[in-house]
Design a protein around this ligand. Structure first.
Ligand code: IMP
Length: 427
């Protein structure tokens, strides 16, 4: 049976929660495969709004098993407060499984994330400050602390001690900060261990067995393609692989299990943090998109940078991820515009580029080449089928589909669970 991947096709915040939610009824397992509590998914159910950072969106459906895969970095304090927050609203996290191989975000990761950003000054990445980069750095450097270490207090103490021996030198001698107290961290993490123990599992094995039994596994990425450590706008990226290749590594599922790779694409573009963004609008049009689309970070509350749809980016996402279907979100936000510009290529020093320029320098200098399409004035928030959309909205969707190179199979026309036009089944 199939495993499907949901991947952001732009710079994150494309509205993945809504897509997961749409698939909810068909799905048995929802797996987060990378990132950490830098992500933010908003899911609206009835008059209730849920903002999730670390928990897979499947947590909201009682029949789904939510899984945090080995590719995720976990801040246990944040995870537990998210679990408690949901419990207070009557939602149980009892079914949650956490990979024993996932890495833990430690206090020194958070301290280093903040202090290194400060030292970068103008060149800062604009991270979420949640310790994501330093935690992945330690994972790659083979000095991370993993979820399974919580099961053995002796090992946990040893690993924290080794890490702090080095990190406290860096914090105190390089950055002139206070060192972190080993005993306090150990006590804090042993308390987390007590609560997290029942959830720790060999999730790769669980998922493999589930697939053998014919269950449907949905792999849910955080962030987006252009924030990928390898394929994004490096160094202005996150420290993991949100792209579909990363989904296999981060969930412990082999590539030949994947049957659908669903890209989430916003009808315009947003980005948080620093880095190139060719179609960014810094004028009142950008403010209008931000206000109309509610483009404020779920995690940090920061204003999102806003701009027109960029077909070069979408084509790139199709290629890098092998997108089989797109879920186009927030089409309703564009209602009321006379004309809608779409970036079809870039110009760099007088030369046209139909693909993302090879070098960072060229991408920083890319200016968009726009084509304009007629807008629509109608309210589309109650559209139920593609035919319910005004002709110009239909034409806009068809244009994006053609330029992106993959079929648009679902369209978001409002924030609610039922405000989705399904063109063809995503399963
Ligand atoms: P980090 O992931 O906190 O290290 O931040 C690195 C970059 O990724 C920054 O530009 C963040 O704004 C961006 N980023 C991280 N998570 C998200 C997300 O969920 N949505 C959008 N941008 C994100």
């Amino acid at each position: 049976m199939p495993a499907a991947v949901l991947v952001g096709a732009q710079w994150g915040d494309e509205g993945k929660g809504k897509a997961t939610d749409l698939l909810g009824g068909d799905v048995d397992y929802v797996v987060r495969y990378q990132g950490g509590n830098n992500a933010g998914h908003t899911v609206v159910i009835g008059d209730q709004k849920y903002a999730l950072h670390l928990l897979p969106t499947g947590i909201l459906s009682p029949e789904v098993v939510p899984v945090i895969g080995n590719g995720v970095v976990i801040d246990p304090g944040v995870l537990l407060s998210e679990i408690d927050g949901l419990a207070a609203r009557g939602i149980s996290a009892e079914r949650l499984l956490i990979s024993s191989n996932a890495h833990l975000i430690m206090p020194h990761h958070k301290a280093l994330d903040k202090v290194t950003e400060r030292y970068l000054g103008k060149a800062k990445i604009g991270t979420t400050g949640r310790g994501i980069g330093p935690a992945y750095g330690d994972k790659i450097a083979r000095m991370g602390v993993r979820v399974q270490d919580l099961l053995d207090p002796g090992i946990l103490a040893k690993k924290i001690e080794v890490a702090l021996t080095e990190k406290n030198q860096v914090l105190t001698k390089v950055y002139n900060r206070r060192g972190i107290d080993l005993e306090a961290v150990l006590e804090e993490y042993l308390a987390y261990a007590e609560r997290l123990k029942p959830h720790i599992a060999d999730t790769s094995l669980v998922l493999s067995k589930a697939l053998d039994e014919g269950k449907f596994v949905l792999l849910e990425g955080g962030q987006g393609t252009l924030l990928d450590i390898d394929h994004g706008t490096y160094p202005f990226v996150t420290s993991s692989s949100p792209t579909s290749g990363g989904a296999c590594a981060g969930a412990g599922i082999p590539p030949n299990r994947l049957t659908k790779i669903i890209g989430i694409l916003k009808a315009y573009t947003t980005r948080v943090g620093s880095g190139p963004f060719p179609t960014e609008l810094t004028d009142e049009m950008g403010d209008w998109l931000r206000q109309t689309g509610g483009e404020y970070g779920v995690t940090t509350g920061r204003n999102r940078r806003c701009g027109w749809f960029d077909a070069v980016i979408a084509r790139y996402a199709t290629r890098i991820n092998g997108i089989t279907d797109y879920f186009l979100t927030k089409l309703d936000v564009l209602s009321g515009l006379e004309r809608i510009p779409v970036c079809v290529a870039y110009e760099v020093d007088g030369v046209r580029h139909d693909e993302i320029p090879m070098t960072q320098t060229d991408f920083h200098h890319a200016t968009p080449i726009y084509e304009e399409f007629p807008g629509w004035q109608e309210d589309i928030t109650s559209a139920k089928s593609f035919d319910d959309l005004p002709p110009n909205a239909q034409a806009y969707v068809r244009t994006l589909e053609e330029m992106s190179g993959a079929p648009i199979s679902a369209i978001g026309v409002g924030p609610g669970r039922d405000q989705t036009v399904v063109v063809r089944s995503l399963v």
